[in-house]
Design a protein around this ligand. Structure first.
Ligand code: ZN
Length: 192
């Protein structure tokens, strides 16, 4: 039930209906609250497999957790054993990069070259996951921007998307923009 679309009259009518169902008079306010919660809690689940991310596994998990703290419309969840993940996260010796095949699907490489140059592993992880969630690079940019990537310098440890980046991802995965593929170019290797 989408309570927000009900008119006041309909809500009142429902309340009467509940009250007529003997012993369930309190169901109307409770039901109204839980239905409203359901509307906002409908996050799309995207699974990720960090099994190939070697020494960066905890940084990848942290990056996913940061996204889960930051947005409502999508939730990054570790893939169950034996299942195919939406996102594969790998480690290699190159520069960090991402290949987004469709919104919420693709491969991320946590490249050791950037880590060896001093870039923060959690920021790298969160940034690359941001590409899979539909965000392009926004370089050069300040440390407050997650998608400014390496252009913010090695002193930048910020792994959180800013308000605009959060709103953009929430827009891609929920509401009016649910059918878009985000702003990131698809099937194109994005280095950094
Ligand atoms: Zn990037």
């Amino acid at each position: 039930m989408h309570v927000r679309k009900l008119t006041g009259g309909l809500v009142a009518a429902l309340a009467v209906t509940f009250s007529l169902m003997g012993g369930q008079a309190t169901a109307a306010p409770t039901g109204t609250a839980s239905a409203a919660d359901d509307v906002t809690a409908a996050a799309r689940v995207v699974t990720y497999d960090a099994g190939g991310s070697a020494e960066f596994r905890s940084a990848v998990d942290r990056g996913a957790a940061i996204w889960n703290e930051s947005v409502d419309a999508v939730e990054l969840v570790p893939v169950a054993a034996g299942q195919r993940a939406n996102i594969r996260v790998l480690a290699d010796n190159g520069w960090p990069r991402a290949l987004t095949t469709s919104l919420g699907n693709g491969t991320v490489w946590i490249g050791r070259q950037a880590v060896n140059e001093g870039h923060d592993t959690v920021r790298i992880s969160s940034h690359e996951l941001g590409h899979i969630l539909g965000l392009p690079d926004r370089k050069p940019g300040p440390c407050t921007s997650l998608m400014s990537g390496s252009s913010a310098g090695t002193s930048c440890k910020n792994a959180y998307p800013n308000a605009a980046e959060k709103a953009e991802v929430d827009g891609y995965f929920g509401g009016a923009f649910a059918r878009t593929a985000g702003s990131v170019p698809l099937n194109t290797m994005i280095v950094d």
